[in-house]
Design a binder for this molecule. Structure first.
Ligand SMILES: C[S@@+](CC[C@H](N)C(=O)[O-])C[C@H]1O[C@@H](n2cnc3c(N)ncnc32)[C@H](O)[C@@H]1O
Length: 267
């Protein structure tokens, strides 16, 4: 377990384009750690209730990562006597990891959110979790999701809204840190953008639920400490000020941080 004082891999850089990094392994480890967090389980319960695929319906996971959720969903459908195809789309290197872990329970399909390799109207229920914040043109990706979804099919999107992050410690340093952290994702307001993006793509928004999520130590190490230390190395943040801020956060009882994620569901 990574502690609050340790530095992880700059995870956002990896998620932007996992093909370019030396290995997908840190990304997979990160996803495994996040997978077990109660806040992820909380929004997923609502997301799955919205998708509710009937037997034989096709479900698509856009940006499926290491495939944990897609594989769990496929297994849950079998257990609920409502089996049907589950398709996971991501970059090839991520899908190698997904296939190695979960085998053929899901159809792993290489591709990108902006150009989904699927026919029009071919999917009954589609979801994407923590993906659009890495996509340069999120509107193109949402238009693609709307294109492959059959008319009236369900859509569920969950994205973090990095600009909503609250960090403890000295407020001025926390603000400077937040600016750096927000610069690491493609869009730091993706959570609040989901509803309008779906509406623009012709999807009727039926639910938008915000979730306040704690930032656990492994996420802090990869999503906050790593880019902040990079900014210090590049002279964008003052080293002493940042060191004092990290020390403040390491004191027992310090606020560890939180961020809002938004689940937007449509039909
Ligand atoms: C934070 S991970 C989330 C993975 C998975 N959705 C989950 O909840 O575990 C972000 C994923 O988005 C993928 N990704 C980033 N840009 C993408 C794009 N343009 N098209 C498809 N996937 C993309 C990354 O490769 C990575 O697997």
């Amino acid at each position: 377990m990574v502690g609050m004082t340790e530095r992880g891999e700059d995870i956002h850089r990896l998620f932007h384009d996992v093909q370019r990094g030396p290995s997908a392994r840190p990304a997979v480890e990160f996803l495994r750690a996040v997978e077990a967090s109660p806040s992820v389980l909380a929004y997923r319960t609502r997301l799955e209730a919205h998708l509710a695929p009937a037997a034989g319906e096709t479900v698509l996971d856009v940006g499926c990562g290491a495939g944990h959720h897609a594989a769990a969903l496929a297994a849950a459908r079998v257990a609920a006597d409502a089996p049907g195809p589950v398709v996971g789309i991501d970059r090839p290197r991520m899908l190698e990891e997904a296939e190695a872990r979960h085998g053929g329970v899901v159809r792993w399909l290489p591709g990108t959110a902006e150009a989904l390799p699927l026919e029009d109207d071919s999917v009954d229920a589609v979801y994407a979790e923590r993906v659009l914040m890495y996509v340069d043109e999120a509107a193109d990706a949402v238009a693609e999701i709307a294109r492959v979804r059959r008319p009236g099919g369900r859509v569920a999107l969950f994205e973090l809204d990095y600009a909503s992050m609250t960090l403890g410690g000295d407020p001025k340093t926390a603000d400077a840190v937040l600016a750096v952290v927000c610069g690491t994702v493609g869009c730091d307001r993706m959570g609040r953008a989901l509803g309008p993006l779906l509406t623009d793509a012709g999807v009727l928004v039926v639910d938008q639920t915000p979730y306040a999520m704690p930032i656990p130590p492994p996420v802090f190490a990869s999503a906050v400490r790593a880019p902040v230390e990079q900014a210090v190395a590049e002279g964008r943040l003052d080293a002493d000020r940042v060191a004092a801020w990290f020390a403040e956060l390491a004191v027992p009882g310090a606020y560890p941080g939180s961020v809002t994620g938004v689940l937007a569901c449509g039909r």
